[in-house]
Design a protein around this ligand. Structure first.
Ligand code: SD4
Length: 334
């Protein structure tokens, strides 16, 4: 499959990041500028499954829920969706057959909570919120997170891998080739950032992580500043894709700091992708994918990805739609 793909690289990438044979494409750069328009309230969520999550978040806000309630309830829709293979308990397992979940949440007051490497919990985002609100801590992991969940009245679920997941896992075990992949065919992590009518921001991020990852592997999604960051004076950002590369640049924190320095959300997302590509160079035919979403304090937004294929959902007064993110490398299927 990789041999059928080639990439057209976006025109604004500096020459230090050029790959041999890449062709410049200016159109992508121009289109990334024209979509910016300030809106409040506004929700942005990663991938197509973000549309249902945004719908719920919008409904919560309209019914006098807080922006924090909205981003929690929104991504719970994805966590509960039994079709999801990358969020919640129907996600792909790690290479030992365990479904281990990561989640984080951040509020407009700067508070945050997260859980990682947690098993048998249907709504890790709610557990992350409980860590934020009911403990003096920010992050709980593994068994400790699970024990805390039980102490908070959350049931331990029996995990039954869906048939297609079992089939794929059994096939994978025949070679057990360790190549944990961001699972874009199955829509990936959900990250959501939102702003209410008064300009208060919050965000949430929840995932089962990379399929067939090492047992114990934790990605960017529960790491505050990597998979999610919110600063109510500036803006909010979230991430999806290969978590290791996002952690290396503190991707979401980087985007918020760039907005603080005056970049638009779109410029900040693009600069963060460039920074990421400096640390993790992109090879022709690479499977590397990362997507960033950002909102600033005014309700302006941005989205950018390493390569084509990253979609996101946007909900404002005029509706709830799915958009194709602009990207640094256009994938051309020959
Ligand atoms: C992780 N960022 O665990 C998550 C997974 C993901 O596209 O978003 N995959 O690294």
């Amino acid at each position: 499959m990789t041999s059928r793909r080639k990439f057209l690289k976006n025109a604004i990438l500096s020459s230090t990041l050029m790959i041999p044979g890449a062709v410049k494409s200016e159109a992508n750069f121009l289109s990334s500028r024209k979509k910016n328009f300030a809106q409040k309230p506004l929700f942005l969520s990663t991938w197509n499954h973000g549309q249902a999550a945004n719908e719920k978040a919008w409904e919560i806000l309209q019914n006098s829920g807080s922006i924090l309630d909205a981003v929690e309830e929104g991504v719970k829709v994805t966590e509960a969706d039994i079709r999801s293979r990358s969020v919640g308990l129907t996600g792909f397992p790690d290479r030992d057959g365990h479904v281990t979940l990561d989640a984080s949440i951040m509020n407009s007051d700067g508070n945050c909570g997260s859980v990682c490497f947690v098993e048998r919990i249907k709504h890790p985002i709610t557990l992350a919120r409980k860590v934020m609100e009911e403990t003096p801590h920010v992050m709980l992991a593994g068994d400790g997170a699970q024990q805390f969940a039980v102490s908070q009245g959350m049931p331990l679920e029996d995990v039954e891998l869906p048939d297609d997941v079992v089939r794929e896992y059994e096939e994978w075990k025949e070679t057990s080739e360790y190549n944990p992949a961001a699972n874009s065919e199955n829509h990936d992590t959900i990250g959501m950032v939102g702003i209410d009518g008064d300009g208060n921001l919050a965000g949430s991020c929840t995932t089962s992580g990379l399929k067939f990852k090492m047992h114990g592997r934790v990605g960017d999604s529960p790491i505050i500043g990597a998979g999610l960051y919110v600063d109510n004076e500036v803006g909010a950002a979230t991430a999806t894709g290969m978590g290791e590369t996002i952690i290396k640049v503190c991707g979401s924190f980087l985007i918020v700091e760039l907005m603080r320095q005056g970049r638009t959300p779109q410029e900040a997302c693009e600069e963060a992708i460039d920074r990421l590509l400096q640390k993790t160079p992109f090879e022709t035919d690479s499977e590397l994918q990362v997507g960033f979403l950002a909102i600033d304090k005014n309700g302006d937004h941005g989205a950018y990805a390493v390569q084509s294929g990253f979609t996101y959902a946007i909900h404002h007064q005029e509706g709830n739609s799915i958009e194709n993110s602009d990207c640094r490398y256009e994938t051309m299927v020959e």
